[in-house]
Design a protein around this ligand. Structure first.
Ligand code: CO8
Length: 258
């Protein structure tokens, strides 16, 4: 597929997707979301790729869903035809880790897209917000559901109801982002993290992602049970034998993804 709204590159074992609609601050229109879905699925299938990074520009990760594109939709367009929402869930099917590298604005759907990633590394100029209330609507891609889980009900209510933006320092303090780095180090730090992950065993990476995500979908005892089964399953892999042998032989492990 030819991409017009994103740039897709493979950097060693890391698949890098750059949102690229600079004139609209990477507003997420239907074409961009379709292209993003294709790129994500294709990296997920690509045996050479072990981790994926989504980023934007220095000014905006994404300033939200494309307001101009959706301004005149009717309820029937959005409900019956499923415009706007139809291609937003693809990212949830991706089994390899997806890191969001966020600089500048991550607003509305941009904040929601970042939260759909497995973790967020933020530049010190990052700003997160759910300003949909100012447009007479509400978050539609999980903002009201993922924000309370990420940063508490009180802060989520504050952000969704007042539309105030949260800066990178507050976002890290609140647990929305895993780390904050200087803007000029954002890609270096993110690619280092992605390469660290990519150096591990892919089946184990995938099991960890699946197990952590299970924490959001089930009770603690079910989640712990699920984790236990995957932990036991890891002993059926060659990579577990290699990882533990390498530790005892005081050498780096050479994983084979088996
Ligand atoms: N959609 C379309 N165009 C946009 C958007 C957007 N979300 N954001 C910015 N742009 C465009 C502007 O219209 C402008 O275009 P032009 O130059 O042609 O006039 C260009 O980008 C630059 O923007 P500004 O001139 O406004 O730049 P500033 O630096 O002055 O301001 C802001 C930057 C603060 C980010 C400002 O642009 C802004 O407030 N943007 C809108 C933010 C917003 O409200 N986002 C929420 C959108 S609604 C949403 O995301 C719902 C999600 C539902 C997802 C459902 C799917 C499942």
């Amino acid at each position: 597929m030819e991409f017009e709204c994103i740039i897709v590159e493979a950097k060693d074992k890391v698949g890098l997707i750059t949102l690229n609609r600079p004139k609209a601050l990477n507003a997420l229109n239907d074409q961009l979301m379709t292209e993003l879905g294709h790129a994500l699925k294709s990296f997920d299938k690509d045996e050479a790729i072990q981790c994926i990074v989504i980023t934007g520009s220095e000014k905006a990760f994404a300033a939200g869903a494309d307001i101009a594109a959706m301004a005149n939709y009717t309820f029937m367009d959005t409900y019956k035809e499923d415009y706007i929402t139809r291609n937003w869930e693809t990212i949830r099917q991706i089994r390899k880790p997806v890191i969001a590298a966020v600089a500048g604005y991550a607003l509305g759907g941009g904040c929601e897209l970042a939260m759909m990633c497995d973790f967020i590394i933020a530049a010190d100029n990052a700003k997160f917000g759910q300003p949909e209330i100012k447009l007479g609507t509400l978050p539609g891609a999980g903002g009201t559901q993922r924000l309370p889980r990420a940063i508490s009900k009180s802060k989520a209510m504050d952000m969704c109801l007042t539309a105030r933006m949260m800066d990178a320092v507050e976002a890290e303090r609140a647990g929305l982002v895993s780390r904050v780095v200087p803007l000029d180090k954002l890609m270096e730090e993110t690619l280092t993290a992605a390469n660290t992950i990519a150096g591990m065993s892919l089946p184990i990476i995938m099991m960890i992602k699946e197990s952590v995500n299970r924490a959001y979908e089930t009770t603690l005892s079910e989640g712990v049970h699920f984790e236990r089964r995957l932990f036991q399953a890891s002993f059926g892999t060659e990579d577990q034998k290699e990882g533990m042998k390498a530790f005892m032989e005081k050498r780096p492990a050479a994983f084979k993804n088996q």
